[in-house]
Ligand binder design. Structure first.
Ligand code: NAI
Length: 666
């Protein structure tokens, strides 16, 4: 066990306590940290001659990043939550009860339980810097501040704390200073410890002039009402425990004296920690971290091939999106090839999207400079010989792909990486068309490419690990979130989508209204219902996939054969322009024996179908790790992050045990 808190008391009676959780990149409230804090408190409670103390982190870029989420997600009983909470609150109460003042000297992340700790100090000073972020982001991981944050932060800064806590906003140092969370601000190059000493001396001398206004919470009922409406708007009406209980803690607790308010917070915190949504959200947090940096997913020690030029084949819906992502995220010159008529509309489209991004300040570089890196051509030129990576996004027809790869192979270098954005043609079946099948793989993007984070990196039978690593490197450069999988009908995400749609259609064929089935899934947390999604992507697309897979789906067949390919695609589909179901589609719905399903039954039925597909994907080793499925579903399809992905949700709801006698996650 490493010593976390180290105190040095100088001759003038100022104790400087440096904390550093040994062996971790970030300081968090680990068990060692609690024990260390307890020891230092014992020392301070009996120490003689101390006039004041400063807490400062020993880490270069981090103060204290909060509670340890791994530990929290493993807690299973209310008693255990209580015990941890009492330890947490007890530590802060002892700090507050010391006979001398304390100063938190903040640089780097001061978040969650880190901010709560500094709120228990007499005063706070923060150093500016790109890593200095101050806030209570617990609601983002399905929790809420349970170490006094819902009581101390509003009492310090007023109603502004509501939004900070409910949205989980993380503030730069200057903003935290402006809002009154920290008492002093020093520039990035300042001497934090020396400035903290100066502040502490002022506090001791009574000249610090700390702003501690008495807050007026007389309007709290109205504010809480508004805040609730805001939460429900963001969650589309779903009452997710984290923000709901945070609000309840503030609403009820701020009407009471601090001590009682803290008890309200504790009671609600027990509930939130044990909620399935907290465990789901924490899973999402970890699987996000796992895929945030695609380079970390590459083979250890792999040195990626340097990229000097990229090429894209096809300047249609997907080609344009891919071009946008390369142009805005890298400095690579991009060649794009399509028929002559497609070039100008393609360029105009790319510019329009980039202009929109520039307007919203999402890109800093002038759009003209970005566009200067793009060359659109209708013939293969010598420049293709300079390409280090080519992404193919031409028509989804194997004959077209074969011809394109044949032509391409004559112009690119042998070491060029080639990737297909196909959505349904196996990579292995296209491998014979390229000269170097080991340098060929799949990169399956989602539409619209510039908005969707996910990319499936597909390993064909002949794809070399080196190519997968280079493709992972490329997804990192263009800031996408990759999952790696093997060839499979629909790869991961679309494969999971098929049973979703098959089941949704089954409920409709049993006589349940389309609106009801869609609503069941939006109430579950999906961004759109399965039928609306089908209408939006084009009804013929899943229909063709089903035909290819030998799945008989009469409703889709009837609708497609009636020329209804979706509102956007052919002007007619399941829905009318006003969003309601088109009555003309109803006679086309195939009939099954009637069965009225409840909302929950629909949700469970569709989830079960997805989970069965997920199990099949795992059994057939399409992915090596169950987390890849959940990443795919959250960032490729918008599966609700508070549920942690379908496979995690199956574990949390007992579905995995019921179906297979064990959980997917270890
Ligand atoms: P699209 O029809 O919008 O664009 C295809 C483009 O390829 C057209 O501009 C066409 O002129 C061009 N093209 C055809 N033959 C060519 C050739 N020999 N050389 C150069 N260009 C050629 O199609 P979309 O939607 O962009 O799809 C492209 C690929 O991406 C397909 O394989 C599709 O399955 C896949 N995909 C599509 C998604 C979508 O949501 N639309 C999602 C993920 C993958």
């Amino acid at each position: 066990m490493g010593k976390v808190f180290n105190m040095v008391v100088d001759k003038s009676g100022i104790g400087v306590i440096t904390f550093d959780v040994v062996g971790e990149a970030m300081n968090t409230w680990t068990e060692d940290a609690f024990i260390g804090f307890d020891r230092v408190m014992q020392e301070l409670e009996i120490a003689k001659g101390i006039r004041g103390i400063i807490f400062i982190s020993g880490k270069p870029e981090n103060f204290l990043a909060g509670a340890n989420l791994k530990l929290i997600s493993q807690i299973e009983s209310a008693e255990e939550v209580r015990r941890t909470l009492d330890l947490f609150h007890g530590s802060f109460a002892r700090l507050i009860a010391l006979k001398f003042p304390s100063v938190a000297a903040i640089h780097g992340h001061c978040l969650g339980g880190g901010l709560e700790f500094s709120l228990a100090c007499t005063a706070r000073i923060a150093k500016e810097g790109k890593n200095t972020l101050i806030g209570q982001p617990e609601c983002n991981v399905g929790l809420f501040p349970g170490g006094g944050g819902t009581q101390r932060l509003p009492r310090l800064i007023g109603y502004g704390a509501f939004e900070l806590i409910l949205k989980g906003t993380m503030l730069p140092a200057a903003k935290a200073y402006e809002m009154g969370i920290v008492d002093r601000l020093i520039p990035a190059e300042g001497d934090l410890l020396a400035s903290a000493r100066a502040l502490l001396e002022e506090v001791i001398a009574g000249t610090a002039n700390l702003k501690r206004p008495v807050q007026d919470f007389s309007q709290i009922d109205a504010i809480a009402e508004m805040a609730k409406a805001g939460i429900l708007k963001a969650t589309k009406g779903r009452e997710i425990p984290g923000p709901m209980l945070a609000l309840k803690s503030m609403h009820e607790g701020l009407k009471l004296p601090l001590e009682q308010g803290l008890e309200v917070e504790k009671a609600n915190f027990v509930e939130v920690v044990l909620s399935k949504e907290a465990k789901g959200s924490i899973n999402t947090f970890f699987i996000k971290g796992m895929t945030d940096k695609p380079k970390a997913m590459m083979t250890k020690g792999f040195v990626p091939k340097p990229l000097g030029k990229a090429a894209v084949l096809g300047f249609g819906t997907m080609g344009r999106g891919i071009v946008i992502e390369i142009l805005r995220n890298t400095k690579l010159p991009v060649l794009v090839k399509d028929i002559p008529e497609a070039l100008e509309p393609g360029k105009a489209f790319v510019r329009k999207i980039l202009d929109g991004m520039a307007e919203k300040k999402r890109i800093k570089e002038p759009v003209d400079e970005i566009m200067a890196r793009l060359t659109a051509v209708s013939e293969y030129t010598a420049a293709f010989g300079e390409a280090d990576i080519v992404i193919e996004a031409v028509f989804e027809e194997i004959g077209v792909k074969k011809q394109v790869y044949g032509e391409l192979s004559r112009v690119v270098r042998e070491d060029c990486i080639v990737a297909s954005n196909t959505s349904s043609i196996p990579i292995t079946s296209m491998a014979p068309f390229v000269v170097k099948p080991e340098r060929f793989g799949g990169l399956h993007f989602f539409s619209p490419v510039w908005l969707m984070q996910l990319v499936e990196v597909i390993r064909g039978e002949k794809t070399a690990q080196e190519t997968i690593d280079n493709l992972l490197n490329f997804t990192g450069l263009i800031r996408k979130r990759p999952i790696v999988c093997r060839d499979n009908a629909g790869f991961v995400v679309n494969a999971m989508l098929f049973p979703n749609l098959v089941n949704a259609l089954k409920y409709i064929e049993e006589g349940n209204p389309i609106e009801k089935v869609d609503r069941a899934m939006t109430r579950f947390g999906m961004p759109v219902g399965p039928i609306r999604l089908t209408d939006e992507v084009g009804i013929d697309i899943p229909y063709k996939v089903f035909v290819g897979m030998g799945i008989k789906q009469d409703t889709l067949k009837n609708v497609v054969e009636a020329g209804r390919l979706g509102l956007k695609k052919s002007g007619k589909g399941f829905f009318l322009k006003d969003g309601s179901v088109d009555p003309d589609v109803l006679p086309l719905i195939a009939k099954r024996p009637p069965h009225e399903a409840s909302e929950e039954e629909i949700q469970m039925g569709i989830l079960t179908a997805m989970v069965r597909m997920g199990k099949d994907i795992l059994d057939r080793k399409i992915v090596d790790d169950v987390r890849m499925i959940d990443v795919g579903m959250i960032w490729g399809l918008g599966f609700p992050p508070d549920k942690g992905g379908p496979m995690k949700w199956a574990d949390l709801t007992g579905l995995s045990q019921k179906l297979y006698g064990k959980n997917f996650y270890g």
